[in-house]
Design a protein around this ligand. Sequence first.
Ligand code: MCA
Ligand code: AMP
Length: 451
Amino acid sequence: MLTALEGAYGDRADAVTVAGRTASYEELLGAAGAVAADVAGAPAFAVTATPRLETVAAVVGGLLAGVPCVPLPPDAGAAEREHILRDSGAAEVEVDFARRSASWSGKAAAPEEPALILYTSGTTGPPKGVVLSGAAIAADLDALAGAWQWSADDTLVHGLPLFHVHGLVLGVLGALRTGSRLVHTGRPTPEAYAAAGGSLYFGVPTVWSRIAAAPEAAAALSGARLLVSGSAALPAPVFRDLERLTGHRPVERYGMTETLITVSGRAGGEVRPGTVGTPLPGIVTRIAAEAGAEIGELQLTGPTLFSGYLGRPEATAAAYTEDGWFRTGDIAAVDEADGVHRIVGRASIDMIKSGGYRIGAGEIENALLDHPKVREAAVVGVPDADLGQRIVAYVVAEGVTGAELTDFVAAHLSVHKRPREVRFVAAVPRNAMGKPQKKLLLEGEFDPNSR
Ligand code: MCA
Ligand code: AMP
């Protein structure tokens, strides 16, 4: 899968830079070979996915040995780490990039074998392991390389987390398959993006909106070839600001952990704000709309789909329709004339996207209910100019502050899943079935003092 590491483009002293440290393909392959020797034969292994060369070496080492890597969010709290390690059966490995190097000569895994296991949230319960095969990843990267004219002449720049599809599959494995140089900025700040001098830039909308608010940094991207946004909807005003400041109309693409990237705008093609382009080659989409309606759930099939949720056959089966289409849970519309897709929203109010992170309301509610002072909790995603949505928790509790509850969630789950706001209420509004009426919470149409 990693054609650049197989020598397809020769070696390169500055092949991969992560947070200021640079390695050649040969150095990366050596460090990855040592990891492969360590993990060979295991069912899976985990690495704390801080943005550093070691994380890249670990993931590559797993691919060499045919053992799936489970990247752990570095900001994960104890409960979330334990859940991921227990659920996946993975033991955590340490990587010593500078001192250990080995050449790996074991046989490569079959393409259908698991290559990565990425943990992602559902509407309820703890995160599930999404099993991705090498074949699915390779198919997706090749489709994207075609759509974006992405090649070994590019320098890819981003600063996204290395435990999700965007930063890891596209942002690392994509560079190692196309042979483009990779500069990971450590953090995705406007200044770091501006200083990196790339041709191809990836960001989530929060990153692009911060760049659009930093005109000098944005202007430095005018020399790039292509700016790509994804993981959440890019607001039209941010699109227009970027066009004005950089001279580029950013290309938007749409995907999910379970499906990889399936729909995208094309380099050199027409790009309209608020749309995510057309299906990638091999992907077929349909809109499951009620009779007479034009919008409905986006469903799809294709070679980039996941192999299933680890150890959860029922959840995997439930993700598909009876006739075998994957249910994205996203509501979409397709332009009849040109097939361009528009994502209108999520089917479930309990699936939150904040800063491009997918967060289930249920897992935050369960974490809050684990606090001894909390009696009721209902979590919603409130529209937010910076984060897209911000997590707001409505709680019934006494003798605890909002900041204490925020820290509690940050320490148990992960920092990026913490509520940005905690609102204390006398009771959570519920319907006759006892289900929280989250629409009322979002619209502010309830009396916080009523029981
Ligand atoms: C604040 N901090 C705390 C607390 N409050 N720490 C502990 N306890 C607290 N109560 C600290 C954090 O540790 C961190 O510190 C700092 O505050 C910043 O945190 P935060 O505000 O959460 O981060 P941010 O810098 O504002 O993050 C914005 C971001 C981030 C960089 C855009 O949201 C991000 O990286 N998003 C990308 C998500 C992504 O890749 N999603 C792709 C999913 P310190 O500074 O010390 O660390 S894949 C996908 O969606 C599909 C496939 C697709 O289509 O791509
Ligand atoms: P995740 O599993 O973290 O990959 O999140 C996938 C979800 O992100 C999708 O189901 C969509 O709701 C959302 N998403 C990804 N890309 C876009 C986009 N370009 N526009 C709108 N939503 C998006």
